[in-house]
Design a protein around this ligand. Structure first.
Ligand code: ASP
Ligand code: MG
Length: 410
């Protein structure tokens, strides 16, 4: 008998009506003879509301109590979903994280799952009962409630699918799959039938916010096929209407490039006149690392005069101010001109086919050149080429690249 995990995000369970529609999907999978475990998010907006309450009462709140509060949103949905299933004549019960139990680290607010004990849930599933698990939460070895970070229900769902040996994890959400790019910018963007874990990981961390990045990492490691699909359209997961995130080997037809992504939360820092002596890079980036600031793209020029050089790198826009403070305090940079620019965007082309195809980067550079768009910084990985551009060119760059790689729907 096939086991499935079905996850419903906040918009898919936003009110009692939508919970009923989601319950219909579950019922349809049960009717096809599948064993089903459901993972639910909090109803849309509820987590934000709970976080807001914590902040109002105590801006510097105790992280353990914060977790106790924000985890409660999912508890409500799990009970309501169990009721909706029972109304349909399906045996069902709700599970909170501690009841499974799902054991987590004690990093409150961003805990990681250490273990899922499948024993109890296994028994119930085998007896034909549907398990409805509250996502996003777990319990520490000290018996305190934890949460997994925003969007963490995706990770709960994938982890549960791995623990239960489920055949697939269907993530029901408000979009019907993963697209070649943002359809709001390019109306011709095409829904992908399949995408590899590696590509999805690049797209997720680059800002295609369909799945929590950590859930994709876990799916890849545990080899769980994950389908992203819409809860607002008729077909159910077993009809495969969405995008399947799966192993590279399971994808027959390979495109060289599968997606164009962009992130606007970028800032560029340029250091002009950095002494060209050994150890400078460590001195610049050390204080940033100490302040837990992630540096992304880095370029260092050669020193023309043999004495000083320029270094450019990017951080997230959110971290810019803290980065500037750390650099301004740096003794070795007291004669260096430190500049920053927040009106930049990082545009990337992603595709596993890049491993075996030459010329992908060149197509990108030529396309941008033809549009008169200046490239400020370039970085590459095995399956991605990223460029930093002036933010005003975001739409033009994304549209032109999408066309240049032939990604439009036919
Ligand atoms: N409710 C949590 C959030 O809004 C977890 C989730 O929905 O995945 O972040
Ligand atoms: Mg989500």
């Amino acid at each position: 008998m096939t086991r499935l995990v079905l996850k419903f995000g906040g918009t898919s369970v936003a009110d009692p009506d939508r919970i009923e529609k989601a319950a219909d999907k579950v019922a349809a999978e049960v009717a096809r003879g599948h064993q089903v475990a459901v993972v639910v998010s909090a109803m849309a907006g509820v987590t934000n509301q709970l976080i807001d309450y914590c902040r109002k009462i105590s801006p510097l709140h105790d992280a353990r109590e914060y977790d106790a509060v924000v985890a409660s949103g999912e508890n409500i949905t799990s009970g309501l979903m169990a009721l909706a299933l029972q109304k349909r004549g399906i045996a069902a019960r709700s599970w909170q994280g501690w009841q499974v139990p799902i054991t987590c680290t004690d990093m409150h607010g961003k805990a990681r799952i250490l273990d899922i004990d499948r024993t109890l849930m296994d028994e119930r599933l085998n007896s034909g009962e549907v398990a409805v698990l509250a996502g996003f939460q777990g319990v520490t070895s000290r018996n305190r409630i934890t949460t997994l970070g925003r969007g963490g229900s995706d990770t709960t769902a994938v982890a549960l699918a791995a623990a239960l040996g489920a055949e697939r994890c269907d993530i029901y959400t408000d979009v019907n799959g993963v697209y070649t790019t943002d359809p709001r910018i390019v109306p011709q963007a095409r829904k992908l039938d399949k995408i590899s874990y590696e590509e999805m990981l690049e797209m997720a961390s680059l800002g295609a916010k369909v799945l929590q990045t950590r859930s994709v990492e876990m799916a890849m490691k545990q080899n769980v096929p994950v389908q992203v699909l819409s809860s607002f359209e008729d077909p159910i997961g077993s009809d495969f209407p969405g995008t399947l995130v799966t192993r590279e080997d399971d994808i027959v037809e390979h495109q060289v490039v599968n997606g164009i992504t962009y992130t606007k939360d970028e800032a560029k820092i340029t250091l002009i006149g950095v002494p060209d002596i050994p150890g400078m890079a460590a001195k610049i980036f050390g204080p940033l690392a100490d302040a837990a600031i992630n540096v992304d793209m880095i370029v260092q020029n050669i020193a023309e005069d043999g004495k000083s050089t320029d270094v450019t790198f990017t951080v997230t826009g959110t971290d810019l101010q803290r980065a500037m403070e750390a650099l301004n305090k740096c003794e070795e940079l007291k004669n260096t001109d430190i500049r920053s620019d927040e009106s930049v965007v990082k545009v990337s082309v992603v595709g596993i086919g890049m491993r075996s195809h030459a010329g992908v980067a060149q197509t990108m550079f030529k396309t941008l050149a033809d549009k008169g768009i200046n490239i400020q910084v370039i970085s590459t990985s095995e399956i991605k080429v990223s460029v930093l551009l002036a933010a005003e060119y975001t739409e033009l760059a994304v549209r032109s690249l999408h066309a240049a790689y032939g990604l439009e729907s036919k």
